[in-house]
Design a binder for this molecule. Structure first.
Ligand SMILES: Nc1ncnc2c1ncn2[C@@H]1O[C@H](COP(=O)(O)OP(=O)(O)OP(=O)(O)O)[C@@H](O)[C@H]1O
Ligand SMILES: [Mg+2]
Length: 248
């Protein structure tokens, strides 16, 4: 589904990403691990169009998306999560869901005038979708609370739920468990596994080796922008270069 080839991005003298190849098959979960500054977030920025590569190709669904604007990439079904911005914490949980990308059919004013019925129907369908996603993630009882009042872990869940409103083909999650307590972490892992069983494809960045090993079908280990190891979790666990990168 996704294939990264010869991807390069430097900041000044630092080669943040210098990745010869990285592939994600549809319907699986691929993990990206690596020490601080390894280039994981930069890699996600390049894939999702929030930053432009110096070089290389990013093939998603058969099309080279390298350098395309993020909105266009999102429309193709490749969505990444961000932490909720400040403004959105002043909206309720369900309002956040309704503001998710690609669901704002009522936004274009001429639509409201010319096709009020369609816009209304679309809004109702979106609300139903929002409610069922909130139910799936155990957030339904919070639907009218301000998003800002949620715990760190619940905010993470809301982020993922919002991303799913757009019915992506593939989700990029950057450290979805950071700041999340162990109980909720376990829950999120279960949700992600369930979604994967239903056919969702994930690329997930995570610091914690233990969690990512549980979650991933395949792992890439980055260090200084390069893939230093890859394989199924069991192989990677025993790889000396990985242990060196983490320990030293
Ligand atoms: N906008 C930027 N300007 C300058 N340098 C940057 C920029 N973004 C990232 N870098 C540098 O690129 C390298 C990779 O950073 P990146 O954030 O991608 O790493 P990471 O693997 O996500 O790290 P962490 O685990 O700490 O989140 C680092 O050396 C970082 O300082
Ligand atoms: Mg990062």
């Amino acid at each position: 589904m996704l294939s990264v080839q010869g991807l390069k991005k430097s900041f000044g003298g630092i080669k943040a990403v210098d990745t010869s190849s990285l592939d994600v098959a549809g319907g699986g979960t691929v993990g990206v691990i690596g020490p601080n500054g390894a280039g994981k977030t930069t890699l996600f920025n390049l894939i999702s169009g929030f930053d432009k590569p110096d070089n290389g190709a990013i093939i998603f669904d058969g099309e080279n998306i390298a350098g395309k604007p993020s909105a266009e990439i999102a429309r193709m079904g490749l969505i990444r999560t961000f932490q909720l911005s400040k403004a959105l914490t002043r909206l309720t949980v369900v309002e956040n869901m309704m503001l998710a990308p690609q669901v704002q059919y009522g936004e274009r004013i001429w639509n409201v005038w010319l096709r009020p019925r369609e816009v209304k129907q679309q809004e109702e369908a979106n609300r139903e979708k929002a409610i069922s996603l909130l139910e799936f993630f155990g957030l339904l009882s919070k639907k009218d609370d301000y998003a800002g009042a949620l715990s760190g872990g619940q905010k993470r869940l809301l982020e993922i739920a919002r991303a799913l409103m757009a019915e992506p083909k593939m989700l990029l999650l950057d450290e979805p468990f950071s700041g999340v307590n162990p109980t909720l972490t376990k829950k999120i892992v279960e949700y992600l596994k369930t979604l994967r069983e239903e056919g969702m494809t994930f690329l997930v960045i995570e610091h914690d080796m233990h969690i990512i090993m549980q979650l991933s079908d395949f792992l890439y280990v980055l260090n200084k922008g390069k893939v230093i190891a890859s394989g199924v979790p069991e192989e990677v666990r025993h790889n000396e270069r990985v242990l060196d990168a983490y320990l030293g």
